[in-house]
Structures are given as structure tokens and as C-alpha cells.
Design a protein around this ligand. Sequence first.
Ligand code: ATP
Length: 238
Amino acid sequence: MRTLLKVQRLCVSYGAVQAVRGIDLEVLTGQIVTLLGANGAGKSSVLGACMGLVALASGSVTFRDEDISRKGTEQIVHRGMTLTPEGRFVFPQLTVHENLLIGAAGTSALRSRTQQNVEKNFDLFPRLRERSSQVAGTLSGGEQQMLAIARSLMSEPELLLLDEPSLGLAPNIVDQIFDLIVSLNKSGTTILLVEQNAELSLDISDAAYLMQAGVMVKHGTSESMRESGDIHAMYMGV
Ligand code: ATP
């Protein structure tokens, strides 16, 4: 397996706040990798830096062997990496279908496959097909999360960054979202997943990283991380 994403010695600062302090992270093609950490550990800042949404104070981000540290978000999306942000951010006044069309903005080759990609998404999320003309603001939380993921898929990412997709959802909906992440991965999308739900994410991922206060404190296979005392202490109340 080749390295798809490589983050090296990444630092992110917001004024005086040093949110990320020199972390390394690697995602191989075909993997699901989980980034764990408590609130404020710096996980979203890492994803934001990968997507060109927040500036790197120092360090580098390499995607498909190209240094993208100083690229804009649109260029990064065109290269095959997309983010589904925390909090879903669907356009509440637009219909499900219109929300998907917004995700399709990009190269002309991509735009020419818009209808095909809408259909693919509706096959993956039959509930969205049923609600195609419903305005997104009236969808349930789980349906909005599905729509947010579906919209990210409209740009045909090779690597999908998912920021806390289970946040605020009922347990049965969380299970559905995790099943979906697994099936997306099986169909060829590599996934970098930020989650608070350590147990479920370790179950579906190949490798995991643990951040604390801007620093990467541990990483390894999901199996070895599950045994790790740090994860137990932080998430599983042991
Ligand atoms: P959560 O799970 O709560 O989303 P996180 O691990 O994703 O947390 P970040 O959102 O990356 O953490 O935040 C890391 C630190 O950076 C926090 O202390 C946060 O307050 C700070 N921070 C994040 N965004 C900004 C910003 N735009 N301006 C100032 N400080 C910020």
C-alpha cells in the first residue's frame, strides 16, 4: 500500500494559542485511520490544515506525493481530498438535490458526471432519494449527516476526511453511519476519521492516532491502540 497522505511536524497556531505542536500522521491508500483525542486536542485543526482551511505555522502536508501545504482548498479538492466538517453544515433552505449539486462544483470533467454521481449517492443513501426535493433544514440529524457525507462524495474523493460524524446522533443512527463508512471504504475510498467514539472507530479502522493538547501521544494499529491504557483512561472510564 502506498502513502496517500503524509503530515510531517505540523504546527497550527491561532494567535497565541498553539493548537497543534509538531505532529506526524500517515494514511495509506485503502485504509480507515482514526484520529482520537479529547475536546480541544487539535484534531479539527489537523483536518483544517490538510484541507488548506487553516494556515500551517510550520511543517508540511503531502498528498499523493505532492506537497500541498500552501495550496488552496479548491485545488486540494480537485486533487482528490474532501472534508465533511463537524456540525454537518448543510444548506438548510436548499433541497437535498440542490445540496448535492453544490458539492459537484469543480472541473468540467467532474461536472459532466454530476447526474451519475447524484444517482450513485442515492443508491448509497436511499433515504436521501426519497427526500430529494425536501429542504435540508427539515431533515433529521442523521439524515443531515448522510447528506453532508453525500455532498462530499460528489467531488469523487480518493481520501475523505470525516470530522465527528457521530456527534449528537442516536446510537442506532450512529451504527448506520459507521456501516456506511465501512461500505464507502470497501468501495475504494480511503478515510481519515476524527471521532470521540473510540470504541466504534477502533472497531472499523486499521490504524489510530491519539492526540492530547496539540501533541501526538500514541499511534499504532487499531488493535494495539485498543489495548492501550491511554485510550482506556481517556474514553472508556478505566
Ligand atoms: P473538538 O473535539 O472539541 O472539536 P478538536 O480536537 O477538534 O476539538 P480543535 O477544534 O482543533 O480541537 O481546537 C484545538 C485548540 O485550538 C482549542 O484550544 C481551540 O479552542 C483552539 N482553536 C480552534 N479554532 C480556533 C480559532 N479559529 N481561533 C482560536 N482558537 C481556536
